[in-house]
Design a protein around this ligand. Structure first.
Ligand code: ZN
Length: 239
């Protein structure tokens, strides 16, 4: 018979949607051990998104030591890199009279317009120099089609053009992905939701991400991710 406090926890955890496909396991049976069928995805930890970059995410550089520590627990690591052409469709400067953080309509829908950032081959687009990811095998570059953005590491912004990451992971026998990096409410969230769409068991490790939070985008992203079955954990949950 469950104690009443335990029952209350289970009921409230269920009400909050905390009990996913793995049920109580992640909470009651201790830390999660990634194993050889899991991959860590490190999204866009680049100079452009940290202090001193062209599109700095508040506290962006703070994810580096957290991700480095997590990396020691993973046999498979995928890195992504935002990699834009000059004059890219996601840059406000490409359009007359548009300012950063406004939006425009493109063929695939509404596009947030950003300051020029992560231009191919610049130091701004380089991965953060302190990242230590010994088992990282592949870098997915995205956003290099001039007319289309790509927040997600799986599908570009038209939700049709594949980067090939899903096929790569499946060919390697990966079943579960753990998403980290920048920024929580854009490239991390879109990557996590597309990972679910591609059939992966998907976690976002919250303290290994930082957000832009543009007009409530962070709360909206967590809600959308939860609705798609993305699980939200902390780095301390990983063994
Ligand atoms: Zn970008």
């Amino acid at each position: 018979m469950m104690s009443s406090s335990r029952r209350t926890f289970v009921q409230s955890a269920a009400a909050l949607g905390l009990l996913g496909a793995t049920g109580m396991r992640a909470f009651a049976a201790g830390p999660i051990k990634p194993g050889n069928k899991a991959a860590l995805i490190v999204v866009d930890v680049q100079n452009c998104f940290v202090s001193g970059g062209t599109l700095p995410v508040k506290g962006g550089e703070d994810v580096v030591p957290v991700i480095n520590k997590l990396a020691t627990a993973f046999q498979n690591i995928v890195v992504t890199q935002d990699w834009h052409t000059p004059g890219h469709a996601s840059f406000a400067s490409t359009y007359q009279g548009k300012k950063p953080f406004e939006t425009t309509k493109l063929s695939y829908g509404t596009q947030v317009l950003w300051p020029d950032h992560c231009v191919q081959g610049t130091d701004d687009a380089a991965l953060h120099k302190d990242l230590k990811l010994p088992t990282a095998q592949i870098i997915i570059r995205k956003g290099f089609h001039k007319e289309m953005d790509s927040y997600s590491a799986f599908d570009e912004a038209d939700h049709k053009t594949a980067t090939g990451l899903a096929g790569y992971l499946k060919a390697r026998g990966i079943k579960t992905v753990f998403v980290t990096g920048l920024a929580t409410d854009f490239c991390v969230a879109w990557t996590a939701m597309d990972a679910r769409k591609a059939g992966f068991d998907t976690y976002v490790i919250e303290d290994a991400t930082r957000a832009i939070d543009l007009n409530g985008s962070l709360a909206a992203a967590w809600k959308q991710m939860a609705a798609k079955g993305v699980k939200r954990i902390q780095s301390a949950d990983i063994a």
